[in-house]
Design a protein around this ligand. Structure first.
Ligand code: KG4
Ligand code: ZN
Length: 335
C-alpha cells in the first residue's frame, strides 16, 4: 500500500456533483459539493437528462478544484472511488465514466461504491471509534431503510419503505405547499416555528410486528387536510406533518435496535440532517438505553467524502476493486 494513500472520490447519483479527496481512511482533505437544486427547482423535481448534462459540465472543474484544495497532484492519487448505484442511470454513468477514465489514465485501481454504503461511511468519517455492530437508519430522498451493521461490509436488511422514502414525502408535501425542491431543509426551518401538536396526522404502519415504512398515505392525508383547511398556518401543518414522520422513524429505529439486541443506533442520509429528528431520536434512544449518533449535517446530505471513505475501506481492508467493465446499477441494494 502506498503511504500516504490518497483516494479521489466522485458522486453523481442524483443532483449533487461531488468530489472528495481522502488521505488514508478517515483524513478528509477536500469535500466539494455542487448542488443542482436551483436548476431542478424550476421543474419541481429532478429531470434526469438535465441532471446528467449538468454533471458532465461541472465534474472536471470539481476534480481540479478538489486536487488544488488538497494540495495533491494527479500522479499522487492511489485509488479512484465512484458511486455506481443506486441512483439515476444517466447521472451515474457520467460519474462512472469519468472515474474509469481517470483510473485508466493514471494506472490506478478503481472501486465502485454503493451509495447507501457511502451514507453509512459518513458515520465512520465522523466517528471512526464508534464501530459496528450497530443498527443504522438510512433516511434520504430515495431510501428509508433499517440495516443491522454487523461489521462494515456486512449488512442485514431489517426494514424498508414500501412506497415513498421519508425525504420524498417531505419533498412532495413541500411541493403541495409551494416550497422549492428539495423541501427538507426549508420544512425543517418552518416546522421549528410551528406547533407539532396542532394537527394529529396518522402514524402509518405496514405491519404491526415489522419494521417496514410507508409514507404515501401520510402525504395523501396532508393533501386532503389542505383542501379542507386553507387558512391553517403553514408552520403548524408542516410541524405536525414532520412530527408524524419523525415519530414513525424514531419509534421503528429504536424498536429495531432493541429487538436485535444492539446498543447503538447510527442515523445517516439527507433526512438525518433534520433538527427535529435529531432531537426526538436522541431523547427517545437515551430513555431506552441506546446510544445514538448522527454525522454532521454536511456529511448526511449527498457528498463524495462518504464515497471516498467507503471506497478506501473496501480496497484497503477488504481487498476489493473493479475492472473497467463495471457498469452503473440504478437499483443496487445494500443487503
Ligand atoms: O441523502 P440525500 O442528500 O440524497 C439522496 O440520497 O436521496 O437526501 C436528500 C433528501 C431530500 O429529500 C431532502 O429534502 C432531505 O434529504 N433533507 C432534509 C433536510 N436536509 C435535506 N430533510 C429534512 N430536514 C433537513 N434538514
Ligand atoms: Zn444519498
Amino acid at each position: 500500500m502506498r503511504d500516504p494513500f490518497y483516494t479521489l472520490a466522485i458522486e453523481t447519483s442524483c443532483d449533487e456533483t461531488a468530489v472528495a479527496l481522502l488521505r488514508n481512511q478517515t483524513d478528509l482533505l477536500s469535500n466539494l459539493v455542487y448542488s443542482q437544486a436551483k436548476i431542478h427547482a424550476r421543474t419541481g423535481g429532478v429531470v434526469p437528462e438535465v441532471a446528467s448534462r449538468d454533471h458532465l459540465r461541472k465534474l472536471p472543474y470539481l476534480v481540479d478544484e478538489a486536487l488544488a484544495e488538497a494540495g495533491i497532484s494527479l500522479e499522487e492519487i492511489s485509488l479512484i472511488a465512484v458511486t455506481y448505484g443506486p441512483g439515476l442511470i444517466g447521472p451515474l454513468l457520467v460519474g462512472l465514466s469519468h472515474g474509469k477514465g481517470m483510473a485508466f489514465g493514471l494506472g490506478v485501481p478503481l472501486i465502485g461504491v454503493n451509495h447507501l454504503e457511502g451514507h453509512l461511511f459518513a458515520h465512520r468519517l465522523h466517528a471512526p471509534h464508534f464501530e459496528p455492530p450497530f443498527m443504522a437508519l438510512i433516511v434520504s430522498g430515495g431510501h428509508t431503510s433499517l440495516v443491522a451493521v454487523d461489521a462494515y461490509g456486512s449488512y442485514r436488511s431489517i426494514g424498508a419503505t414500501v412506497d415513498d422514502a421519508a425525504g420524498e414525502a417531505l419533498d412532495k408535501v413541500g411541493k403541495m405547499m409551494g416550497i422549492d425542491y428539495p423541501a427538507g431543509a426549508e420544512i425543517d426551518r418552518l416546522a421549528s416555528l410551528g406547533d407539532p401538536s396542532a394537527i394529529r396526522f396518522p402514524r402509518p404502519t405496514v405491519t404491526a410486528a415489522g419494521f417496514d415504512f410507508s409514507f404515501a398515505g401520510l402525504k395523501t392525508s396532508v393533501l386532503y387536510y389542505l383542501k379542507d383547511h386553507r387558512r391553517q398556518r403553514r408552520e403548524d401543518v408542516l410541524a405536525s406533518f414532520l412530527e408524524s414522520v419523525v415519530d414513525v422513524l424514531a419509534t421503528r429505529a429504536v424498536d429495531a435496535t432493541r429487538r436485535y439486541h444492539l446498543e447503538r443506533l447510527v442515523v445517516v442520509g439527507g433526512v438525518a440532517a433534520n433538527t427535529r429528528l435529531r432531537g426526538v431520536l436522541t431523547e427517545r434512544a437515551a430513555s431506552r438505553g441506546i446510544e445514538v449518533m448522527f454525522p454532521p449535517s454536511a456529511l448526511c446530505t449527498d457528498n463524495a467524502a462518504m464515497i471516498s471513505a467507503a471506497g478506501a475501506f473496501r480496497y484497503l481492508e477488504m481487498g476489493e476493486s473493479h475492472d473497467l467493465s463495471l457498469t452503473a446499477v440504478p437499483g443496487l441494494h445494500l443487503a
